[in-house]
Design a protein around this ligand. Structure first.
Ligand code: SF4
Length: 755
């Protein structure tokens, strides 16, 4: 199962000379991020010094990771690419398609039955094309990658936005859509706009109730959900060195919540300890030999203002625990202020459920610190006032914490141990009573808390906190409880205070596992058959999208003018829809059903211009498609933030939407639109969003001259007969314009493979 040490040694053999060459080229000391980027350029002999935030650059990632929900579409696309085997080490992880209800013992067999067809498909495609396969129950992609594959100085892409978690082991790991994964697996370069760099200098040392989670909750409060867009966040300073490797992983994981391209930390002793503890002493030995190259140059960290585009400084010694939410991960409230803030905002303060684990906070350190709080329930005569649930990040973690008695402690406080899988974090939580849509509060150590994310209930107020704070609040059953200062009343009527959490960075007795859940691919997969039933509801082979017709787009109808936040969850909802991720036509029935229509403030209710009646978004779009009429989607700021799922781009493409015009895009979604041959445009003047009227007929002019850096024109033909012209920008480079013209990037790859 294990990592590919030969591949890592090959990367390291060239690392020093390539860093040296990059330093000369750039003419100054380098950050760690730049070292990893420059050592992974597709063109090893480049003589270009790239401009951050401007230049599109081709990279050669070392690995690809895919989770089951996105892997289906990534692999369906790869099957179209005409290649016999993946070109770089790749893995598939079955973690998203497992409903959490009763606990792992019942839930996992149920998922294996319910999603058998999909798991069998993923296993057979993996077997055929040389991809490592992690079975359902083996764990959550990012935890498994951190435990097995991440390595300092490496570059990885993954079809999940929290791929960035591997930055905790000093990687540049980036979430992408399945189309990008398909390119890299097909042996093609992977393109990215050279990121800007945000430095976060950590001083001091975490103490007491404060944990690495609070660092990223604080950073999210500072930068907001858009603040990291187009940038790599590089953490450094003595505070970073004082922190565990898995804690670094937590911080990098939630870099996705600030929109960052990725986050990373320089190689240090915590990473070495983690590599050795996870049976990768040879990686640690190899990394030690090029140690100086696996972190930023000393001059950079001595004068960070000079080398980073933006700098943030956090003193860990003074940091306090945070609770972020509800409904957005950047609404950061220090725990000492929660009482008054919750009151001011009318947030329900009774905590109904506390949930820990997930890919974000599943480390031995996290669990041992949470257990130190849970233990105090019986020791101090307390009771747990909320439900309590755990999603271990991997079978290795679950087995080890079970061996060390932690699961027994959790069970004593009434915990349900769900499968080693995403469960409630991705809306796969069959929560009793959620359908009543009652206003309620939950607290979790996951990373996302958009409306409906966990249980589908729009009235669930979800707050994100560290596992130890979640545990304390679940015991108290009260969002406004501050364990640093407040007391609880025990069974004897005494006031007791919870002691500060304590834990172990790594298991004192080492990690252990019986069956980790890995399945190696066939050495020669050419004879392996991949079967997709034509009558399947879950899987559908792809047909190529049509090429551009070669003319300007005229007579487009406005499908929806989305108001406010429109994440990939709003565009292609998860939860119950996850099961259709391998069937483009079926999943298209969720297209934009979560987006709020600007004109009536309703979700999934738009005007059908053919009938004048209001109806669901997918049905309306299908009517336009049937009538041969193209349409356009208009959106607000940071459109498509959230996950990397390309379904959010493929569904509109499949149903005949021709363009998405917004105030601004989230990076991954914008790229996904381009890959699928869609037009992704931004208002040159953001106020022009207000000019879009519900009955407009819209033309996009200038496509016959489609050129990088040249704006296009949109003509709004209003119902009253008046016309307005507005300028719209695009970020397509020459190659991406070719994708648009060919009807999608895959059409070009297939053409090249056949040539
Ligand atoms: Fe799974 Fe949640 Fe992690 Fe995504 S963020 S991989 S849904 S646990």
């Amino acid at each position: 199962m294990a990592f590919d040490i030969d591949m890592i040694k090959k990367v390291y053999a060239n690392f020093g000379p390539r860093v040296e060459a990059a330093r000369k080229l750039v003419g100054r000391p380098l950050t760690l991020s730049e070292k990893i980027l420059y050592t992974h350029l597709w063109d090893e002999n480049t003589s270009t010094s790239y401009v951050r935030g401007t230049d599109y650059v081709d990279f050669a990632p070392d690995r690809v990771a895919m989770q089951d929900a996105t892997a289906q579409m990534a692999l369906l696309q790869f099957m179209q690419a005409g290649r016999p085997k993946v070109a770089v080490p790749s893995t598939v992880h079955c973690d998203h398609l497992i409903t959490a209800k009763y606990g792992a013992e019942q839930d996992l067999p149920a998922a294996n039955t319910e999603s058998k067809e999909v798991f069998d498909f993923l296993a057979s495609v993996s077997n055929k094309y040389g991809i490592g396969f992690w079975k359902p129950g083996a764990g959550i992609i990012h935890q498994v990658v951190l435990e097995n594959y991440a390595f300092p100085g490496g570059m990885m892409i993954g079809t999940d936005s929290h791929t960035v978690n591997a930055g905790g082991l000093g990687m540049v790991a980036i979430g992408v859509g399945g189309a990008d994964a398909c390119d890299v697996m097909a042996g093609l370069p992977w393109e990215l706009k050279f990121p800007k760099l945000i430095g976060v200098k950590l001083t001091g040392k975490l103490n007491g109730w404060t944990s690495p989670k609070d660092v990223i909750l604080k950073v999210a409060g500072i930068l907001t959900v858009k603040g990291g867009t187009g940038a790599i966040v590089e953490y450094f300073g003595e505070g970073a060195n004082n922190m565990s490797c898995t804690g670094k992983g937590t911080i990098c994981n939630m870099g996705a919540e600030i929109g960052a391209t990725t986050s990373t930390f320089g190689y240090d002793e915590s990473m070495e300890r983690y590599l050795r503890a996870t049976n990768r002493a040879d990686v640690a030995d190899a990394a030690n030999q090029i140690k100086a190259h696996l972190t930023g140059d000393p001059e950079v960290y001595a004068n960070p203002d000079k080398y980073f585009d933006q700098l943030i400084e956090i003193n860990l010694s003074e940091l306090e625990p945070y609770l972020n939410g509800p409904f957005t991960p950047d609404l950061a409230t220090p725990i000492s202020k929660m009482k008054e803030v919750a009151k001011e905002n009318g947030w329900p303060t009774k905590v109904e459920v506390g949930l820990i684990g997930s890919c974000t906070n599943s480390s031995y350190e996290d669990i041992s610190r949470a257990v130190s709080i849970a233990k105090q329930v019986s020791a101090k005569g307390l009771k747990t006032n909320a439900q309590y649930c755990i999603n271990p990040g991997s079978e290795q973690i679950r087995y080890t914490i079970d061996r060390d008695g932690f699961l027994d402690v959790f069970k004593e406080i009434g915990a349900t141990v769900f499968t080693n899988a995403c469960g409630p974090c991705i809306g796969m939580w069959d929560r009793v009573g959620a359908e009543k849509q009652e206003k309620n509060t939950i607290v979790h150590s996951f990373n996302r808390n958009f409306a409906k994310r966990a249980d589908g209930n729009p009235n669930t107020f979800a707050f994100v906190a560290s596992p130890e704070v979640v545990t304390a609040l679940a015991i108290a059953g009260d969002l406004s409880f501050n364990p640093l200062t407040d007391t609880l009343t025990n069974a004897n009527g005494e006031q007791v205070k919870l002691d500060e959490p304590t834990g172990h960075e790594l298991p004192p007795k080492g990690f252990d596992v019986d069956d980790a859940g890995f399945q190696a691919p066939a050495a020669d997969g050419s004879g392996v058959q991949v079967i997709v039933s034509p009558t399947s509801h879950r899987l559908q082979l792809l047909d190529p999208f049509k090429a551009w017709e070669g003319t300007d787009l005229k007579g487009l109808r406005l499908l929806i003018k989305a108001k406010g936040k429109c994440t990939t969850d709003h565009i292609s909802m998860a939860g119950p829809w996850l099961k259709f991720r391998g069937h483009l036509d079926n999943i298209s029935n969720n297209m934009l059903i979560g987006a709020v229509n600007f004109f009536n403030e309703k979700t999934d209710n738009v005007k059908n211009e053919l009938t004048g009646e209001y109806g669901p978004v997918p049905a309306t779009q299908r009517a336009y498609k049937a009538a041969g009429i193209g349409s356009i989607v208009v959106g607000d700021e940071n459109y498509g933030e959230g996950s990397s799922r390309e379904h959010a781009a493929m569904e509109p493409r499949h149903l005949g939407v021709r363009a998405v015009l917004v105030k601004s895009f989230a990076r991954i979604h914008e790229t996904n639109l381009k890959k699928q041959g869609m037009l992704g445009l931004t208002f040159a003047n953001k106020e022009d969003y207000d000019k879009i009227q519900e009955d407009d007929v819209i033309d996009i002019i200038g496509l016959t001259e489609f050129t990088p850096n040249v704006p296009l024109t949109v003509v709004l033909n209003h119902k009253d007969g008046s016309k307005e012209e507005i300028k719209v920008n695009h970020s397509y480079n020459a190659q991406q314009i070719e994708w648009f013209k060919a009807g999608g990037a895959l059409n070009i790859i297939r053409r090249e493979a056949a040539a």
